[in-house]
Every structure is written in structure tokens, then in C-alpha cells.
Design a binder for this molecule. Sequence first.
Ligand SMILES: Cc1ncc(COP(=O)(O)O)c(C=O)c1O
Length: 413
Amino acid sequence: MRDLFDRIYKNKGPLGMWASQAEGYFVFPKLEGPISNRMKFKGKEVITWSINDYLGLSNLSEVREIDFKAAYDYGSAYPMGARMMSGHTDLHEKLENELAQFVEKESAYLLNFGYQGILSTIDALVGKNDVIVYDVDSHACIVDGVRLHIGKRFTYKHNDILSLEKNLIRASKIIEQTGGGILVISEGVFGMRGEQGCLKEICELKKKFNFRFLVDDAHGFGTLGKTGAGTGFEQGIQNEIDVYFATFAKSMASTGAFIASEKEVIDYLKYNMRSQMFAKSLQTQLVIGALKRLSILKSRPELKNKLWENVLMLQNGLKNNGFNIGNTQSCVTPVYLEGSIPEAMSLVKDLRENFGVFCSIVVYPVIPKGLILLRLIPTATHTKEDINETLDAFSKIRERLKRGVYKLKTKVK
Ligand SMILES: Cc1ncc(COP(=O)(O)O)c(C=O)c1O
């Protein structure tokens, strides 16, 4: 008889198979010191371009003070139990009201984590007769939410309106038979390559097809739109988004998330999102922390202005130096280079060890074979020196890559 673990002992999975070469360096690296533009990696200072603390809220003194006081007043246990049973408070409701007002929806509901939250949002929004049509490049949490759906689901090509239309025609035929409805899902900003979702064009299709639209705006919330209320405002179609989602894990520099929609839909979701109904309530210390962060996000536009000053300086600097940064329309800054996976590993090692630049690296199968994607996340806390040093480092590593320096094997310490 086979042991269940035999498969696990033999095959560590698509990422796990690289663990012996990559762990602690390319994956599960340990960045040390206070969250900021410069942290420590393996004992050396590095410019950090891999942290989604867009507005630099994580270490603002007033944020740290509130976090400290809330932790002192409430501890990490409070409130005990799920919202539905014993974990509901006025503070949770206050934050929900403020979030709903900010993103201009009737109602909002807090989620413990974005991932589980959106997964259950999708699960609760659709029944077996409904059809989901979603962007093929969607974040794993959307993919997993769609996996729970027992009815039909179709992907459309990334940001391709013709492909979406084709799939909406297929979906419409199905719902004619089943009597269900259609849910379309896109991200506000695609976090890997930085393109905004074609939200405006998708909403245009509402004239032709009957569907509801869910937007995951993890990277747009706090960074886009005049007030920072997200990609829907940036594109002038916030009122056409039927269910809006954002996490606190990025611009809000915390943990937790929320969905916002019309009141009746939120009331329904609150009674039907299983990962929220049967899980402990968001800690009060996090709720108080989020109230403070939201008030700063709303009242200190200079943070978003500084963020965008840095984004433009970095992105223009890269473009002027001849780098391919794709079609980013957000703070997410991808840099595409050509090379093999071993070359990518040596190059990143060089960047970190010799140039003190820490960014994420993405290779095949996430992007096509032969491409290396270095992903930089500018924040409001980066300085001109950080950007200039990084631009200089990138020019040097590109030159080394072209000369074939990274073809020689380098061992990761
Ligand atoms: C697009 C997107 N959606 C959802 C999530 C999940 O959010 P959370 O970290 O709050 O679970 C993330 C990652 O943080 C994300 O990038």
C-alpha cells in the first residue's frame, strides 16, 4: 500500500523543487530592520524595492503610536470569536462605514485576509447556474475563488476586450439555458506587470451584455484616483464596479481587507462568505490601526504625490536608459531583460551583493522562457539617491549580462 506522503517525498511541487538552490535568497529571503527604503539582507544594507508599503505608512510615527496603543488597550485576542457569533464591535462597523464612504459605495464589509476574503466573495456571489468570466492573468486568490465555482467559468486573454466579448457571448448562451447570471472579474492593477485592468472598456460592454463586475484593486487602492480611492476613480467608472475589493496589505501597510458594494449585496455576503463567517474576527488593534491609516491616506495627499514623484523618476529614468518596462500604468515597475534562469540568478545575486539593490525576480513559467523580469515597487519613502543608485546599478548589470558575465556559475551564499 502506498503512503500518502510518498508523492510529497518525491515531488516538492513547481516552486518547492527549487528550494535547495533558492530558499533564503530568491524565495523566503529575510529582510531585516524597520520597514523602509533601506533594510538589511544577509547583514548588508540594501535599497528595498520589493515592499508594497506604497505610501510609507508602515513606519510613520503616528501610525506606530496608534498601533502600540491599540495593542496595549486590546491585546491580540480581542474580540474573540467570529463576527457572527461574538466578534462584532462598533469599531469594525465604524471602519466599514468610513471605507464605504471613501470608495463611494453604499456599504462595506471587513475581511480578515484579502486572499480568503475574495475567494469567499466569489464563492458567495455565484450559484451553479451562473457563469464566471475572468482575466487569465488574475491573482491566485481569484483563481482559487473561481475553482470553488461548480458552474461554468471562462478565462479571457489578458486585458483583451475582443476575447472578453467572445467569452461573454459564450456565457450569455449558457445562462439562457440555465437561467443564471454572469460575473466578470478583473484586477484594478495587475501586480506583476503593472498594467491597469481595462475597466472602462469592460464597463462599456455592460451596454451589450448583462453582467456584474468584481474588481480586485489591491494595488490601485491608495495609489490611483485623485483621492487615492483606486482604479475605478482613475478610470472614471467607480459607479459601474458592482463589487469592489481592496486589501490593507499594500498602501494601508497592515493586515485585513474589505469589499464594498450596494447594501443588499454586502448584507448577503456577510451571511454567506464562509471564510469570514467561520473564522475569528479581524483583531481590534488592526481595525484601529486601519482607521488611522485611512484617515492619513485621505488627509495627506502629499504622500501619494511623493510616491508618484518617485514612480515617475524611476520609470522615466529606466526608459531614458533604454530599459524595457513594458506597459505599466501604475507604481509597479517591471524591467524586462533577456537571459536564462541561471543568468537571472547570478544577476540578482550581483545586484544584491555588489550594488545593494534588492528587488523581486520573476522567470519562466510565470513569464515566457528567455525573459527575466525584475520587479520594483517604488514607495513614498524612497529618495532620489535610492533611485539614482538603482538606475546606475541596472545599467551596469545590463552591460554585464550582455557581456555574458552571468553565464559563469555563481554560488549563492
Ligand atoms: C491582487 C491581489 N489580490 C489579493 C491579495 C491578497 O491580499 P491579502 O494579502 O490581504 O491576503 C493580494 C496580495 O496581497 C494581491 O496582490
